[in-house]
Structures are given as C-alpha cells and as structure tokens.
Ligand binder design. Sequence first.
Ligand code: HOZ
Length: 455
Amino acid sequence: MAKAKVKTGISFEKSSKLYSRAVDLMPGGVSSPVRSFKSVGLAPVFVQSGHGAYLKDVDGNRYIDYVMSYGPLILGHAHPALRAALAKQLGKGTSFGCCSPLEIELAEMITHAFASIEMVRFVNSGTEAAMSAIRLARGATGREIIIKMAGGYHGHVDAMLVSAGSGATTHGVPSSPGILRSSAQSTVVVPFNDISALQAAFDAHSGAIAAVMMEPIMGNIGVVLPEQDYLRKVRDLCRSAGALLIFDEVMTGFRVSFSGAQGLYGVMPDITCLGKIIGGGLPVGAYGGSRKLMNQISPAGPVYQAGTLSGNPLAMAAGLATLQALDPESPYAPLALMGKRLEEGLIAAADNAGVPVAVARAGSMLTLFFLPRHADAGATISNYADALTCDTAAYACFFTSMLEQGVMLPPSQFEAWFISAAHTMDDIEDTITKAGTALNRCAKLMARKNTAAVA
Ligand code: HOZ
C-alpha cells in the first residue's frame, strides 16, 4: 500500500488508502501533478469539503486553506452567492452547445473591468486561453516567434513548455518528452526583469517576433514582482518591434486588483488571458483584446478556435456570481491588509528562528521563499534563476509542520499562496503563530542535518 514518505503527527489513514487506489488508476494518483505532494515528500491529502477559508480532509483534519484551488476562490469555498447561482442554473440545464445570455453578462463584466479588452472569447481553461492567444498573435502578425520568460508558465501548451533550465537560450529546448523540437524552436526564452535580454532577443529576431507572452506578476515559480518600469519598457519594445504583448493574467486577473496586474501597473497588453476567478472555481478560461484583433477569431475572422463546452452555463453562472461580489475596492483593500500582516508576520517569525527568507506579495497572493542558507540580508527573488536557488528541503519541512498544525499551503516552494475574503485576521494571526513553530522546528532540523553533513 502506498504510504506517505514523511511521517507526520496527525492521521492521514483514509487519505493514504485512497491514494493507494488512485495510483493504480491515474498517473501518480492525481489529475494534476502539483497536488501529488511529491515535491514535499508526502502522499497527497484527499479533501472532503471546503467551507469559507477552511478545508476538511477525508480523515476529518481541518485546515486554514491558502491553496484556494490555486487562486479562483477569492470569495472562499462554497460561497452562498455562488451556490445559489449554480443551483439556479442546474435547474435550467448544464450545457446547451448553443448561445446563452450568461456569456454576454460575463463578457460585459470583463470588458468593463479591463480597459484593454473590448471583446472576449470564452474557453475551458487557462491552458486553452494561452494556446489560443498565441495562435491569434501568430495569425494577426503573420510571424512565428514567441518570446517567453524563463520560469513563466502558461499551462501545458507545447510551445510554452520550454525549459528555463536551458539557460534562456536563443532557441528553446522542449522540457517534456512529446513536444516537437519544431514547436519549441519558435520559442525564445529570456529572464524576467531583464530588459536588456529582451532587447537582445528582439535584435536577434528582428521582424520575426509575433508576441511576448508573460505573466506580468510571475506566479508559477512563486510570486515574483516586476521591477520598477519593467512592464512599461516591455510594452514599448513590443510596440516598436511590431510585436504583440500578451499578458497571462490567469492568476492575477481580478486577484491583484479588479483590473488585474495591468490595472495595478497601468500597462496595457494587446491580448489578455484570463481564467481562475472568472469561473469562480469552475473550469473556465478566456482571452480578449481590442475589437480589431479579436475579430480575427473564427467565425468573425480566419483564426480558428472552438469548443463544445466553451461558455458553459454553469461556469458562466459561477463566474458571474463571483465577479458580482467584487468591485474595485472590495474585497481588495481588506485582502491587502491581511496579506501585509501575513507577510510581516512571516518575516518576523523567520528572523526570530534565524531562517533566511524573502516574501514576495501582490495584494492577496504571496510566496514565502526559503533563501539559501548564506543569502545576503535583504536578498529577494527577481527571476527564475533566483527562485531555483531556494532551499526546497526547508520548504518541505515547513509545509509538513504547517500541515500537521492545520494549515494547508501549496505543496511546492514554486507556487503562490492565496488569501480569500473568507479569511479573517484571526486566521492570519493563527497562521503566523503556527509558522513561528514550524520555522523553529525546521531551523533545528536543518541545523542538525548540516552538522551531520559537515561531520
Ligand atoms: N501552478 C499551477 C496553477 N497556475 C498549479 C495548479 C496545477 O497545475 O494543478
């Protein structure tokens, strides 16, 4: 029977049994790799239910949840407005393969919130949104090359699964078997926050760059913020090279502000990819841009893209219910306050335990990076290469201790934590106290390990 590789202080018996069934039936026992808990050396926890800020697993353990389904649940789990909207739609049918009025309402909300989006196409996931945005950029410009950021994640689109480990080389190397070298060869990788590298890529491929595809705030190597003016300079370079700028705001859209990272930084892309929050936790994605660009999409234009379940009425209803509960102020101001307190509390707890860390945060999404042991004071993470220096063993220890204390964090150093409107300052204080315990425990463990290694 499959067992958790690291023993923890609370019982995961039922999860463990489910996992042993799951591994026989699904690759790695999961439907998406990160939830396997592999990178923290544990077997996955199976969730029974989620309410508000809390998750309950099948063994009855309760957690303050900071995974929040990797971002969509800005209102928390099972929000009453969302449940009511879904119940209402369920009674009317689950999929029509025809147009429904909910699509228009959600499209109106999105185009009102995002100044750069005049028209939108709904799809079923962030991956689909990214894939389709790339096709649109290539179709509209008649060019092939896409520049991406090292460590940038745009779903499992072939051309974007190019290893940052390839050292930001001119031509990409596929980072997964099964990807044609030819699809990766049209991808150029540059480091985030490095405008000279981007300029050099434009110079090297003059007239051939269709688009720069980027998360304006990186979120899939942990949260990494753009440096002052970086996004504006990227925008300017794209414009002068005749290339499109695609912002992947699947994570940041309606999360870091009502109008996403582009609203926060005042930099407008040509195409925006959305997902997560716009589906309120149901499978959804969307891409949008100017009327001129979006009218290139079939059936208005020649760039083909389709989907039987696109604009699915349940997903539209969940997205609408979620967006209707948001406005430019609320809940962003209280979320940011909780984020700030959590950030400060984590840093103080780490200082106290003598563990070198950095916290990167945009409103209610953040990452606690475990820096290498001899990191300079004040060190930060500004790109993929920096992120890769982090102490993943220390993160695994921290994750395990937090889990044992009833706090669910993302099971990887390279993911973001999410705070929802259902969290309270009490949850945040509780988390900080538990983080203090976890950091002290892990500091001792790591020190013992290091002493043993030296001896
Ligand atoms: N980094 C992913 C979300 N942007 C994690 C979710 C997943 O792959 O399952």
